[in-house]
Write a protein that binds this ligand. Structure first.
Ligand code: SF4
Length: 257
């Protein structure tokens, strides 16, 4: 998945206790049925349930997510494997020279930022847990687990959701990557000025509260796949889109022709 730490999280200067989470947005009565219909149609196209793409433990998933920001999957996957091949475990990565990590992950975007960030995040986990493990998350509810992760500088909503949803934790969290965000914005599920970070809570609130981890994973995956295959960044293929009648952007583009 196309997932440096969340941009909103980079502004935090140091670890600090997490404030009480903001209240969840009220479910949008108009958007919720549309979100469900969009999910239904896209699942028909891309085939739900979508198989999970890997089964990393939560800490490995966290490092993978940090590497993947603004980086193609193939490159972040190569960087992850290179880290695992060069050092025997995450403790060795944490103790490694920053320049050596940067050199090892040079294929990703911003390796000079990601290398020190990876060391800092590993150090923060070790400091908080007394060990390099995120097993503590297993016993938490989703929102508590997300708040625990987001108290670490460099971890924002996108990374925390990815760790919970994609790792072997398989928790019901909704990640939003750049493709998912773009498609949701064009469909009017989120406003034109809503950034990726805040979009997580809005889009989650449009889906049933009791959805399973697989259903939320499917929702993310089908919107991401639609962004990759049809609703391209520069030239969306609206004429071939099963969502055209639901999409204000697609209809406006059609009227302009
Ligand atoms: S109609 Fe066009 S803009 Fe709307 S979701 Fe489909 S491809 Fe994207």
């Amino acid at each position: 998945m196309s997932f440096l730490p969340d941009s909103s999280a980079q502004k935090r200067p140091r670890a600090r206790p997490k404030p009480d989470p903001a209240p969840d947005p009220a479910p949008d009565a108009e958007a919720a049925p549309r979100a469900l219909e969009i999910h239904r149609r896209l699942c028909g196209v891309y085939g739900c349930p979508i198989p999970y793409f890997h089964d990393f433990d939560p800490l490995s998933e966290l490092i993978s997510s940090l590497l993947s920001h603004r980086t193609r999957n193939a490159e972040s996957g190569r960087a992850f494997k290179a880290l695992r091949a060069r050092w025997p475990d995450w403790a060795a990565v944490m103790a490694a020279d920053t320049a050596a990590i940067e050199e090892t992950i040079r294929g990703v975007t911003w390796p000079e930022l990601k290398a020190p960030r990876i060391k800092a995040v590993l150090a923060a986990v070790a400091e908080r847990q007394g060990e390099l493990s995120l097993d503590v998350l297993k016993a938490m509810e989703v929102e508590a687990a997300r708040a625990w992760l987001e108290a670490i500088p460099g971890i924002g909503p996108k990374t925390s959701a990815a760790v919970l949803a994609f790792s072997t934790l398989r928790m019901p969290a909704l990640p939003v990557d750049s493709h998912h965000h773009r498609v949701a914005q064009r469909l009017g599920l989120i406003g034109p000025k809503v950034d990726v970070g805040p979009s997580h809570a809005i889009l989650r609130a449009q889906l049933p509260a009791d959805w399973s981890a697989q259903a939320l994973y499917d929702n993310h995956e089908v919107l991401m796949l639609h962004g990759q295959q049809v609703c391209h960044h520069r030239a969306p293929r609206c004429g071939a889109c099963v969502l055209l009648d639901l999409c204000p952007t697609g209809r406006a583009r059609k009227e302009l022709r």
